[in-house]
Design a protein around this ligand. Sequence first.
Ligand code: NAD
Length: 256
Amino acid sequence: MNRFENKIALVTGSTQGIGAACAVRLASEGADIILNGRKFDERAEGLISQITAMGRRATFVAADVSATQNVVNLVNDAIKVYGSIDILVNNAGVEKNHNFLDVTEDEYDFVMDTNLKGIFFGIQAFVKYCVSYNKPGVVVNMSSVHEEIIFPHFAAYCASKGGLKMLTRNLATELAPFNVRINNVAPGAISTPINHALIENAELLEKVLKNIPMKKLGKPEDVAAVVAFLASADAEYVTGSTYFVDGGLTYHYEEQ
Ligand SMILES: NC(=O)c1ccc[n+]([C@@H]2O[C@H](COP(=O)([O-])OP(=O)(O)OC[C@H]3O[C@@H](n4cnc5c(N)ncnc54)[C@H](O)[C@@H]3O)[C@@H](O)[C@H]2O)c1
């Protein structure tokens, strides 16, 4: 199935985890890919080889998306690589675990600048491009179940993803006249390096799995499949939504 023939996608934070899976999935369905991370490394090199071997083009553009000018430059540089961008996947994200009373301003900024501010201005740069060339666009934001459910000791993370929920709801209306769709994907517990501590800690993992009706962690590929749906024409009437990929975590209820 080539849902992304002649389409070009920029995926932020795509050298590992969910972002890498999104890049590979979109390429497997025909997209050319702009990979991104803070700096080029062997993971980026490996992904470029993998995507090229699939018959698609892939280029890495380095940028720290937590700074506004960097993310604006990233979008504009990415457009220059293959002459266009059709799909923006805002995947890069960070989390910091701290008791609320101990959170420093730097820690707050680290989370909010990456997970919300960078995304805000990245979308703005992308939509300015779409509007000036009168072309449609698709945005998929990597949110989290924590745009909806609480996570004690991760207040800044929850605030950033909660903000992303409202950003998407708001922009769906504001950008519809420009033919730009925008949706969130909200992963639950996915097996990626961001969850290293959880995966290594059997006791904690057991507690987490108790809250997941499907009793297993998700895979990056599970998330990428939903991103691909939302980025594709199959979702042409879908905007302003959040799709949960969480094994039932968010709305589970059990009497025990
Ligand atoms: N893994 C999960 O269980 C889970 C659950 C919910 C939401 N998410 C979200 O999914 C997204 C991806 O998470 P993941 O699990 O793959 O994490 P990860 O840590 O494995 O990957 C995140 C990637 O983003 C990159 N990145 C971080 N900050 C960046 C910056 N400022 N500029 C450029 N690149 C940057 C990292 O280098 C890394 O490659 C994040 O937004 C995260 O909040 C993950």
